[in-house]
Design a protein around this ligand. Sequence first.
Ligand code: FAD
Length: 423
Amino acid sequence: MQPLTIAIAGCGPAGLAAALLLERQGHSITIYDRFVEPGPVGSGLMMQPSGMAVLDALGLAGEIFRHGARVDGLLGLEEHGKTVLDAPYSKLGVKDAFGIGIHRASLFGVLYEEAQARPIAIKTGRTLTGSELTGTARHLTFDDGSRSPDFDLIVDATGWQTVLDDEPKGLLEFGALWASLPTNSDDPFSGNLLEQRYRRAAQMVGVLPIGARKGGAGLDIAFFWSLKRSEYAAWCDTPFESWKDDVRKLWPETAVLLDRITHRDQLTFARYAHRTHKQPCGDRLITIGDAWHSASPQLGQGANMALLDAWSLSRGLAEGRTLDEKLRLAVSWRRDHVWLYQWITALFTPLYQSDTKWHPALRDRLLAPISQIWPASKIQAQLMSGLFGFPLAPLGLHLPDYSALAEASASEIAAIASSESHS
Ligand SMILES: Cc1cc2nc3c(=O)[nH]c(=O)nc-3n(C[C@H](O)[C@H](O)[C@H](O)COP(=O)(O)OP(=O)(O)OC[C@H]3O[C@@H](n4cnc5c(N)ncnc54)[C@H](O)[C@@H]3O)c2cc1C
């Protein structure tokens, strides 16, 4: 394959994974991002078996697991204590599979460090405004009026707020407040579950173990509280203690975490958007990750889907004959899975974030009991793992060896403990 000059717009999980994979194929890669100093905002996220298959192929699965926290399932209770969501990874039928809760900064840090170690140019402080096709090349334009050199291909990985298309951004009514907080061993949370509590679907509070921040020491937990976009301004004016009372009423055990939130600034309000770009590839241009498809994080898939897109792009470039065909192949291997998850996420999100009464009633009275019966229990685990619709086979990807991952991590922890006891 003739090496290409490729500009990757966006240095998130999609852009970084694409850069690593494409540089390995011998292409010349330049990443552009608007941030001046690397340091992603936000709290934690879940790495699913689907995304871990890509990280494993990149040789980074162990590193990710080392920084993250093992998550064996999701557990959701309604306000009166009845379990309405119980989704263990064990129902997947894949030996020892689990999810990994991780600091967003750690996922970014692992990929970014790897990119820095490779001959990949990373141009920061560059806010792009668009891209233009000139003859047989394409370039990016920036907010200071300048433009990039010409490239054979531009990859748009700038997330859901992409400026490279003018389709509606599809902001959802509900977002959430997020914080990363230190944990103590006697905290009243399971340590290996994503736990949520709901008052109907109008209120939700949850916690996700996310391991230690890359470069940090102690273990952290992500705390989140569902909030409507239209109510964020009012929340800022609400006395802090009265908001904490609301949270404690729904889930009294969160009191220990609320005590660690001393300033409103510790909470970041994340907005969610649901959109699918109709034409993810064009003339010397391809769109991956959230720039192609974004959704609420209720199913915890976005970063994982972004990694699968990056992998598909690298496969497409390796296999197609013309550039056009390469890009169309890359999109074709991902289109069905993307379509499936966009629909499923749109259907599921109101069960956990909405003002209606019938969505939570459907969740509690019908879906909760059915989901415990085979094969619904397995389908639920597949949905959560990102494996529903079998996305890995067409991409030639395989799940990581979870037993080996867990063993390697256990022996590493034992080695650290033993070196500490000797010192
Ligand atoms: C609160 C929250 C929780 C989430 N939880 C999960 C989860 O549990 N599991 C999961 O898989 N996903 C989760 N997601 C979704 C996940 O974060 C995204 O799907 C993922 O980050 C998408 O990666 P990306 O690389 O496509 O885009 P992004 O991560 O958005 O990266 C885009 C990059 O492009 C840059 N950029 C944007 N615009 C410009 C511009 N004009 N010029 C230059 N640079 C630009 C940005 O600075 C950024 O670095 C969550 C999202 C949120 C908000």
